[in-house]
Design a protein around this ligand. Structure first.
Ligand code: ACM
Ligand code: ZN
Length: 469
């Protein structure tokens, strides 16, 4: 039977008859201006292999295909280009830190399935892991928490660390060599306890605040009424822009409670002087100030979907949808905005397979109901948050095969996807992951039975929430 054992499944495959022995290094390559930036044509015949790509990037993708065809394979012509321009994964290195070597393994895995974005979550309540030369205390003080109490996962003693500019540049280069863009995230105005620990004057109350030791959503956020908040943000962002050349910078915007802003004289004064109706609009105004700063520096902002609640977010932002009951992301996209789909119940890898089985992740169509024009969905991104994940093997167990399923959705047109065949191919592709040093979840764990699903989801949440009980 003629079939290909590769991931992601290419979009057009023509079998030419016969078998060939593929030695990827022997391919003759050519760049053609007729093809798109990410498009390639690969012909494998008995007498040789030809790879034509629209760019060096496209040739790289063709080589990824070729390396998975290595050895005996059917003679074939593959004409291929991605379903979506944005195909990413997100790594939270705040709740737990992973070494550069471990991060590089994830990057290798992402590159092998033609992902092109690594979204790097660098700042949050439990640690500030981006070293800013202009604001050194942010990392020096804000990266250390006194202990870790993430539900069942309790770790005694100080936990800290941050990434130096040299280390971050090393990751940027490692990614660039694999045609992956690193998008750093500086999450503001909420999720900023660690930054406020270093600079208490940036909060509404100005009171000392500890770096958080548990998960959650916390009331103390950056004060929108103080000009010094923006000086600090611009300093940190200026350093970020020097390290990360990406067109997009992620500025968070999720889960920012408005309690302090409601009580703060300066925030209330800001709302009056700017003619803002409520605190949601204040977040919109806050975001737009950062967006303007990024624009002036030739960059664009990505924000989590909560930012749209203000109704006044700059139309140039790209929204990352994760949990959006009111479908504001869909409305935004239908008015000409751009959206990245990271749907919580499908693409979040930090929840057990019992809650998010592989097939649920794989079968999800990111062009969700209500979207009028597919091109408003830039693409897909699968996040891994690490409150409950403190070692690389467990991280890999949670992310694989799910990252790979999202990568296939990003590349392979919906009509060319096949869930059963993906699961078959993943078993073969696992060998490549193991060579990288990644151990995926075993097949028996991918799609638990309904009974197991209830049991595993229940035990996960009782463990996760124990801290609060
Ligand atoms: C998020 O999961 N808070 C974006
Ligand atoms: Zn305030």
């Amino acid at each position: 039977m003629k079939r290909l054992d590769i991931i992601p499944m290419p979009n057009k495959v023509t079998f030419l008859g016969g078998q060939a022995t593929v030695k990827p290094d022997e391919a003759i390559t050519e760049i053609s201006p007729v093809l798109g930036e990410e498009e390639y044509i690969l012909t494998v015949e008995k007498d040789g292999i030809k790879l034509i790509g629209g760019s060096e990037r496209a040739l790289f993708y063709g080589r990824q295909t070729l390396s998975q065809l290595s050895g005996e394979c059917p003679c074939v012509k593959i004409e291929d280009k991605p379903a979506f321009p944005y195909r990413g994964f997100m790594l939270d290195t705040v709740r737990h830190i992973f070494s550069l070597d471990e991060i590089k393994k994830l990057i290798d895995a992402a590159a092998s399935v033609k992902m092109n974005v690594m979204h790097w979550h660098l700042t949050d309540d439990q640690g500030f892991r981006f070293f800013s030369a202009r604001r050194p205390e942010a990392a020096e003080k804000g990266s250390v928490r006194k202990s870790s109490n993430f539900g069942k996962l309790e770790e005694h003693g100080e936990y800290g660390g941050y990434f130096t500019p040299e280390q971050m540049k090393e990751i940027v280069k490692y990614c660039a060599d694999r045609f992956i863009t690193v998008i750093p995230e500086f999450d503001i105005p909420g999720h900023t306890s660690a930054l406020i620990h270093a600079y208490p004057e940036l909060s509404c109350t100005g009171k000392p605040l500890e770096v958080k030791t548990c998960q959650g959503i916390f009331d103390d956020i950056l004060c929108a009424g103080k000009d010094e908040t923006f000086s600090a943000i611009f300093d940190i962002l200026s350093d970020m822009l020097e390290i990360f050349p990406s067109e997009y910078i992620h500025i968070g915007g999720d889960e920012a409670p408005k309690k302090r802003w409601k009580e703060c004289e300066l925030c209330q004064k800001r709302m009056k002087t700017e003619g803002l109706k409520n605190e949601e609009e204040l977040q919109g105004w806050f975001t737009n100030k950062i967006v303007d700063f990024l624009k002036a520096n030739g960059r664009k902002a990505i924000v989590w979907n909560e930012t749209l609640k203000s109704g006044i977010a700059d139309s140039s932002v790209t929204v990352q949808m994760w949990m959006d009951k009111k479908k504001l992301s869909v409305d935004f996209a239908n008015k000409g905005g751009k959206m990245i789909n990271s749907e919580f119940f499908r693409y979040y890898c930090d929840y057990p397979y019992g809650m998010t089985p592989l097939l649920k992740t794989y079968k999800y169509n990111p062009v969700i109901k209500g979207i009028k024009d597919k091109s408003s969905v830039l693409g897909v991104e699968s996040p891994i948050w690490t409150e409950y994940i403190n070692n690389f093997d467990y991280l890999c167990y949670m992310c694989f095969p799910r990252f790979t399923a999202v990568a296939e959705t990003g590349w392979t047109e919906d009509k060319n996807k096949n869930a059963a065949d993906f699961q078959r191919r993943f078993r073969i592709y696992s060998e490549l992951l193991e060579e990288i040093g990644i151990k995926p979840a075993p097949p028996e764990d991918w799609n638990p039975t309904v009974f197991d699903r209830l049991k595993k989801t229940g035990s996960f949440f009782s463990g996760a929430l124990r801290r609060n009980g």
